[in-house]
Design a protein around this ligand. Structure first.
Ligand code: AMP
Ligand code: ZN
Length: 462
């Protein structure tokens, strides 16, 4: 039974979707720059959650947005003197490409904010009709936080303090808790927006950042969704404002489970360009790292604990992934047996892995079960015993359907060849060298060679 920590209730709760499949929304990237390895921690986390929900038996309807219009994207495109669309598409493509490299499965829907402005306007009009939004002197439309009772429930804001502060307004997309005030749903056109505007019933302008996610999640996933994911920095104001907009408009609960991934630090500090501790995936590839090593590194810690990135730790992660890939080859070329001690060990390991994952996706405690299974199988192979190759591979594939770090696309050794290798191993044990040679020749006749190494026999394509 899967339990997830819900940031709204601050408790671990049993997960059950409302329908037959789980609806999930993940706040996507603001496409004004290449994603950094802090961002990727969050996106790999969404993927882990999505994969484990599917593992647990619920297909996931996942939608994710591209924030391709907001304060940052407009500023960036103007600084470079290129149209907003051209500017953001470059980063969107890079994001998709890097996601593939990190074995992140694509969502069912990628939604661009600029293609959903009508949906956003409709939502704002609905809020205005319900007395939750108003047009200010500057022509922008703001959300009236004093009219929405639940405001502050996700970030656990003190409402008394909030009311005092609520007299003012905030027009920028990002701000701190101490500035909690009426926020912009629709921003009237100003000089800095250049040619980025839409003429709508709300006047000439553009949507605020927060309303993008409320409108798009409702469009693709419905008024109440099961899971909404993001990094911890999004709790306030972004997710708090999403709740106000969505619940204010529909009168229904917006999200059943709010899940947030903690931040990544680099060399013990917050990542920043000025500290020279800022990395994109491309930076790490240039240093000779494989993207999947980064993915493994993220999974080595629980998503709700801060994780400190160092190049040494990444080197270690890369070695571990290589060992797992070597292990797959080794198992494939090991002599096959029907079952044995290994079968029990695999079952125990899988149970342990699932229990840890059921406990709020505790990858830090789940991974040791994988390595325990690897240890048992390795010691069997080294002791020259035959192992149930198919069972070991099935185990690895199941675990990897969640982790997404092992590469199975290497040479496959057919079962009949494994069987011959196992027979040859038995003949050698019984010192029947004539038979063992005969079997070796037969294996070669099939296009494979068997080598006797210190770790036991290994087979590969000739
Ligand atoms: P952005 O593109 O700025 O909207 O951020 C994309 C995602 O990255 C959001 O879910 C953020 O919460 C997340 N994020 C930003 N910085 C970090 C970090 N240092 N560690 C983990 N996640 C982060
Ligand atoms: Zn969002």
């Amino acid at each position: 039974m899967l339990k997830l920590y819900n940031s709204l209730t601050r408790e671990k709760e049993e997960f059950r979707p409302l329908g037959g499949e789980a609806t999930m929304y993940g706040c996507g990237p603001t496409v004004y720059n290449y994603a950094h390895i802090g961002n990727w921690r969050s996106f790999v986390f969404y993927d882990l959650l999505r994969r484990y929900l599917e593992y647990a038996g619920w297909p996931v309807n996942l939608a994710m947005n591209f924030t391709d219009v907001d304060d940052k994207t407009i500023r960036g495109s103007r600084a470079e003197g290129v149209p907003l669309k051209e500017f953001t598409r470059k980063y969107e493509e890079a994001f998709k490409k890097d996601s593939r490299k990190l074995n992140i499965l694509p969502p069912r829907v990628y939604a661009r904010a600029t293609e959903h402005v009508n949906d956003m306007v409709r939502l704002v009009v609905r809020l205005r009709d319900r007395g939750l939004a108003y047009r200010a002197e500057d022509g922008s439309t703001y959300f009236d936080v004093s009219e929405f009772k639940g405001y502050g429930k996700l970030s656990h804001l003190d409402l008394g303090e909030l009311r005092e502060g609520a007299s003012g307004r905030v027009s920028v997309d990002e701000y701190g808790k101490e500035e909690a005030r009426d926020f912009a749903l629709w921003k009237a056109w100003s000089e800095e927006d250049g040619d980025v505007y839409w003429d709508t019933v709300l006047g000439r302008g553009r949507p605020g950042w927060h309303v993008e996610c409320s409108a798009m999640s409702q469009k693709y996933l419905g008024e109440t969704i099961d899971v909404h994911a993001g990094g911890v920095d999004l709790i306030f104001p972004h997710h708090e404002n999403e709740i106000a907009q969505s619940e204010g408009a529909t009168g229904k609960p917006f999200v059943r489970y709010w899940v947030h991934c903690e931040h990544l630090l680099v060399d013990g500090r917050k990542m920043s360009k000025s500290l020279a501790n800022f990395y994109t995936l491309h930076d790490l590839e240039e240093k000779g790292f494989k993207p999947v090593a980064l993915r493994y590194f993220y999974l080595s810690a629980h998503y709700r604990s801060q994780l400190n990135f160092t190049l040494d730790a990444l080197t270690q992660a890369q070695r571990t992934v290589e060992k797992l890939n070597d292990f797959v080859l080794r198992v494939r070329s090991a002599p096959n047996a029907e079952n044995g001690v290994v079968t029990d060990a695999l079952q125990t390991a899988l149970k342990g892995f699932e229990n840890a994952m059921d406990d709020d996706l505790d990858t830090a405690n789940a991974l040791p079960y994988l390595f325990e299974a690897v240890r048992v199988v390795n010691s069997e192979i080294e002791g020259r015993a035959c192992v149930p190759v198919k069972d070991v591979l099935d185990f690895l594939m199941r675990v990897n359907s969640v982790l997404g770090v092992i590469d199975f696309a290497r040479e496959e050794i057919p079962a009949r060849i494994q069987k011959l290798v196992c027979e040859r191993e038995k003949a050698r044990e019984q010192k029947d060298f004539a038979k063992s040679d005969e079997l070796r020749n037969k294996i070669r006749g099939e296009g494979f060679v068997v080598e006797d190494s210190a770790g036991g026999p290994r087979v590969r394509k000739a």
